[in-house]
Design a protein around this ligand. Structure first.
Ligand code: TXA
Ligand code: MG
Length: 311
């Protein structure tokens, strides 16, 4: 494993190199957000289409506020949910030092303060914010362990180890850059949680007339095998991603996201289990229904993308 210490990571980041770092959501592929060179290296490593903007991670709020146009919605959400798995899309300040490449042509930037100890220690030690998309090749499942990052990049990206990715799903992304907040990506912080913190209703991207989120391609988070959703029965050549205590018998292999039927536990296991079942030994990954409440909404969002036609 090409793992490195925090100190070695800081040295690399100061030279505009990139490293993989753990956060409470998933592993990120981090680089100096002020450096065009570092941000370009992130896009290159991911094979990411360059219209897909990146999230910038800060250790504390003062530096963050010097980069974006702060407002009342941002204030309320930050008080309630930071540090934690929430990214806010805000207008860039004219004086912002964040690389324009991070915003991919938009006049906004997505920012968050992670709660993960190692991530925050790393950002503090660097003295600059870190642009960090999930540490996977574009279109693939986000990594939740250092070993996933290793296999994703075949050891070419150094990885910092740290406490586990407690949440297991990418952050909730909410656009608060204009008057009406818009939920761009569901996550552990739910629509209800956002609305109760804000005291106003939040629109959901992709529903009705509302804009789509940049970079939220329909086919995303994709394993190599076809994914069959809402499975109630299973064939002998299928792998089963089960949920709850009534999993059908007979699959070639079964992994249960949560026997207790707990959506939070299921979210933490989702990406690791999908990777484990994504093997040529099986024909399909069959997935049992997941309840559409709490973080179950975000799990179903990722599962629909995993099942979407890849063309
Ligand atoms: O949990 C996470 O958010 C992880 C960890 C590493 O922090 N990062 C992550 O980054 O999931 P990424 O690049 O895989 O997803 C970022 C998504 C983009 O696909 C896009 O939908 C949205 O955030 N985004 C970023 N900047 C935006 C902007 N300026 N306007 C609208 N959406 C933006
Ligand atoms: Mg991603």
């Amino acid at each position: 494993m090409s793992t490195i210490t925090l100190h070695q990571a800081v040295e690399r980041l100061k030279k505009a190199d990139i490293v993989a770092l753990p956060t409470e959501t998933v592993f990120g592929l981090g680089g100096n957000a002020w450096s065009d060179t570092a941000v370009a290296a992130i896009y290159a490593a991911k094979n990411r289409p360059d219209f897909n903007p990146l999230i910038v991670h800060f250790a504390e709020i003062q530096t963050l506020k010097s980069e974006v146009e702060w407002n009342a919605h941002a204030e309320k959400l930050s008080l309630k949910f930071w540090p934690g798995p929430l990214s806010l899309v805000l207008k860039r300040k004219a004086s912002s030092r964040i690389s324009l490449l991070v915003s991919a042509g938009l006049d906004t930037v997505a920012v968050r303060i992670p709660s993960h100890e190692t991530a925050r220690a790393l950002i503090s030690a660097c003295g600059f914010p870190l642009a960090a998309p999930s540490a996977n090749k574009s279109g693939r499942i986000s990594p939740t362990t250092a070993a996933h990052v290793e296999s994703e990049f075949e050891g070419s990206i150094p990885v910092i180890e740290g406490e586990k990715c407690r949440v297991g799903l990418e952050s909730t992304v909410v656009d608060v850059s204009s008057g009406t907040p818009v939920l761009l990506r569901p996550g552990a912080i739910t629509l209800e949680g956002l609305e109760s913190a804000l005291g106003v209703s939040v629109l959901v991207a992709g529903s009705g007339a509302v804009i789509n989120a940049p970079g939220m391609l329909k086919s995303h988070y994709a394993p190599s095998l076809p994914v069959r959703l809402h499975a109630k029965t299973v064939a002998a050549n299928e792998a089963l991603l089960a949920f709850g205590n009534n999993a059908p018998a007979g699959a070639a292999k079964t992994l249960n996201l949560s026997e207790q039927g707990d959506v939070v536990e299921a979210a933490a296991n989702l990406f690791a289990f999908m990777r484990e079942l994504d093997s040529a030994r099986y024909k399909t990954i069959a997935v049992m229904p997941i309840p559409e409440h709490g973080v179950g909404i975000a799990i179903n969002d990722r599962l629909r993308r995993a099942a979407a036609d890849k063309n």
